[in-house]
Design a protein around this ligand. Structure first.
Ligand SMILES: *Cc1c(COP(=O)(O)O)cnc(C)c1O
Length: 344
């Protein structure tokens, strides 16, 4: 299989069309058999539920090449499970988890020529999504759905090293108690766009959201969970019913405890405690961990001792261990790495 002629190291994070995508339709109470297509356009009715009432959800994961040349994905079964949970919360037809796995495997295999080579730092981003596709004018769930998976090659998240970012405490809320903060619904992103554009305009990289009910506890950013390192090297992550359960964060907590022998705590994190931490990072599929150097709370700066030049030492160890597991340098826990068949 010949790789596409792409300058992998200089790819950014933007959509590049690849050859194939997976489509399956739900109608009359059943999913059709689904399959790959070359058509990258979605044609739906003007009154489709997704267009009127935002009945849509998504997942994001990466396929990449290990040192020994295998194409693999990291824990796609957890994406399948999470999308099923999201679909239930949005009253959507659930795409069966084993079919989700088959669909991402088929799509990556069909676009193997776009999976960046080992060592480039680039990956093939995989985007499964599901939406209500038939016309709905009264406020009701759709009764027809489309599930799709496309891929797009993306560049290394950190070009020339991971530089710590500056975030602000946000005056907008991300998720209401008993709302949809714990599911990967498109609507959570629609309403975060204003907050992130505003943050960027004010010179910040990201928003730190506090809990909407009391505005005293740390939640997450628009698209990543927090981990904090205490001065005595404990790894702390916020526990809340309204944050999205990041697969990267769950994997990092496991690695911290089982591989690095660190103490881990998933618990409420009062914002007042943030100034006591030694290190801070944002966890998500895209960056694995993005180090935070500074949090600004309405003009008051909290500067972590790890500084603005490098990842903190414990964060770095976590990052190196998890990326080592992903790349195949460090033995992975059973079931974490899923190999994709490679076409010849
Ligand atoms: C997707 C997402 C994350 C990161 O989850 P991963 O599974 O690690 O990629 C974190 N927070 C929010 C709000 C998200 O939508």
């Amino acid at each position: 299989m010949e790789k596409k002629n792409i300058d992998w190291a200089n790819l950014g994070f933007s959509y590049i069309e690849t050859d194939k995508r997976y489509v399956s339709n739900f109608k009359d109470g059943v999913w059709d058999e689904g399959g790959l297509t070359s058509d990258s356009n979605v044609v739906i009715n003007e009154c489709a539920c997704v267009l009127q009432y935002a009945q849509t959800c998504f997942e994001g994961l990466k396929a990449y090449t290990t040192e020994d040349g295998r194409i693999v994905m990291f824990r796609p079964d957890l994406n399948a499970q999470r999308m099923a949970n999201t679909a239930k919360r949005l009253e959507m037809a659930v795409f069966p988890e084993e079919r989700f796995l088959d669909a991402v495997h088929q799509t990556v295999e069909a676009n193997a020529a776009y999976v960046p080579p080992y060592g480039s730092g680039a990956t093939l981003y995989v985007r499964p999504y599901l939406f209500g596709s038939n016309a709905v004018i009264g406020v009701n769930p759709a009764d027809e759905y489309q599930f799709r998976v496309f891929t797009t090659p993306v560049g290394p998240y950190f070009k020339g090293g991971a530089k710590p970012i500056t975030i602000r405490v946000c005056d907008f809320d991300r998720a209401a108690p008993h709302g949809t903060g714990h599911v990967k619904a498109g609507l959570n992103y629609a309403m975060s766009l204003h907050a992130i554009v505003d943050a960027h305009n004010q010179g910040y990289d990201e928003n730190m959201y506090l809990d909407a009910a009391t505005r005293t506890k740390v939640e997450e950013t628009g698209g990543a969970n927090f981990i904090f390192i205490t001065k005595d090297q404990k790894v702390v992550t916020p526990k809340s019913e309204t944050i999205l359960p990041s697969i990267t964060r769950r994997s990092l907590m496991y690695v911290a405890e089982k591989y690095l022998g660190l103490e881990v705590e998933e618990r409420e994190v009062p914002f007042d405690e943030v100034k006591e931490f030694a290190e801070c990072g944002l966890c998500g599929t895209a960056a694995v961990i993005s180090p935070v150097g500074k949090v600004v709370d309405h003009g008051k700066e909290i500067c972590f001792p790890s500084g603005m030049d490098d990842m903190g030492p414990v964060t770095k160890k976590l990052y190196d261990t998890l990326t080592g597991i992903q790349m195949g340098h460090i033995e992975a826990p059973e079931g974490w790495i899923h190999e994709v068949c490679q076409p010849r």
